[in-house]
Design a protein around this ligand. Structure first.
Ligand code: ADP
Ligand code: MG
Length: 359
């Protein structure tokens, strides 16, 4: 009797509980390749199936946006709005910014202005000259001085934009690689939050994150990579509801080549628009901000700013910053010091960063 009826009934009840009970609070998690990185999304608080469906639709939205913002034509994905625009801009034409790109263009122009061109999407020609536009492989040597000088942007991005019109110049290639991940993750986050205000979620694009709501078990946490010791964390940061954390590092996309005097030189993908060369002075720089677009643009601008980063932080409205300088020394702001747990070094000592005041 027991075996025949009760056991199957218990089993069925157990199964139902697994499907609709325990599952309810279980986060759904999925990964996809987008924006040149692994994007990992976690959603909870809506019930198992809805958590999952929200991720599926967020990923579809991300893919659409990613295609719109890709700077170069890619056959497989069909039309990119930005790639089409770049075709005309590089010949000096004046064109209308397609409506889906207008909001991002306006924001990017503001950040180019606030950072006095340290963040400048008009550096796309230089990025391509250095070979960092390609996801396949990087060159073996830097370009020539003459080619670098010729590829320096003739005008800053904000000077090209006039309302919804944008004017190009010879060789211009707009590249939003320093900002698009933040802009897109913020757009995806805003849509999920508007449609499901009770959802909690984490959008993680290769270590750059947006967190919304809370997990019941533990805080949303980010491990900041050590720029030189690859399997070590530099720090842990607990993210608050609605906060984004973005890091720019010289270890993301790079090649090493020997100089004329036989030394090995590290060339990476964050270009100083003033010189046309990879920016020197910083190994990595992390920014916390309530807007992921600001966090992304600012992480790049402050990286390029070198030792003068506090001035740029202030102009961009950023208060929480952690920086590893070229000599390995750590710096942070008060707002960041209150939030970070630094990883002890091998001898057990916790490093003490230099506190930098914001002007
Ligand atoms: P990641 O893409 O690794 O997160 P960043 O946000 O710092 O790093 O963006 C770097 C990318 O931005 C480069 O690959 C390039 O496409 C573009 N870029 C490089 N230098 C600049 C700059 N000074 N201003 C604007 N964009 C830049
Ligand atoms: Mg950036």
């Amino acid at each position: 009797m027991l075996k025949k009826f009760v056991m199957p009934a218990l089993l069925a009840a157990g199964l139902l509980w697994l499907m609709f009970g325990a599952d309810r609070e279980k986060p759904a998690q999925m990964q996809t390749l987008a924006m040149g990185t692994l994007v990992d999304m976690t959603v909870l608080g809506l019930g198992g199936q809805t958590n999952h469906a929200v991720i599926v639709s967020a990923m579809a939205q991300l893919r659409t946006l990613e295609t719109q913002w890709h700077p170069d034509a890619r056959k497989a994905d069909g039309n990119s709005l930005l790639a089409d625009l770049n075709q005309g801009l590089q010949q000096g034409q004046t064109l209308s910014v397609p409506p889906p790109l207008q909001g991002g263009f306006e924001q990017a122009a503001r950040y180019a202005e606030y950072s006095e061109g340290l963040f400048d999407p008009a550096v796309g020609g230089l990025v391509k000259l250095w070979g960092f536009h390609s996801e396949a492989s990087f060159p073996a040597a830097p370009p020539s001085e003459g080619d670098i000088a010729a590829a320096l942007p003739a005008k800053r991005f904000d000077a090209l934009l006039n309302g919804s019109q944008v004017t190009g110049f010879d060789g211009l290639r707009l590249d939003f690689g320093a900002f698009a991940k933040g802009l897109l993750l913020q757009e995806v986050s805003d849509k999920i939050h508007a449609e499901h205000p009770q959802a909690s979620f984490l959008l993680n694009g290769g270590g750059d994150l947006v967190a919304v709501g809370q997990r019941p078990d533990r805080p949303w946490r980010i491990a900041v990579r050590h720029p030189r010791q690859h399997n070590k964390h530099l720090a842990l940061i607990e993210l608050k509801d609605g906060e984004a954390a973005f890091t720019s590092g010289d270890y993301e996309r790079f090649f090493d080549a020997s100089t004329a005097d036989g030394k090995s030189q590290h060339y990476h993908h964050i270009i100083d628009p003033r010189t046309g060369w990879p920016s020197v002075g910083t190994q990595s720089l992390t920014v916390l901000h309530a807007d992921a677009g600001v966090a992304d643009a600012a992480s790049t601008a402050l990286f390029v700013a070198g030792d003068d980063w506090p001035q740029v932080a202030s102009r961009m409205g950023v208060t929480a910053v952690l920086r590893v300088a070229a000599n390995g020394e750590l710096e942070w702001t008060k707002a960041m010091a209150e939030r970070v747990e630094l990883t002890p070094s091998e001898d057990g000592e916790v490093p003490l960063p230099r506190l930098r005041a914001l002007p």
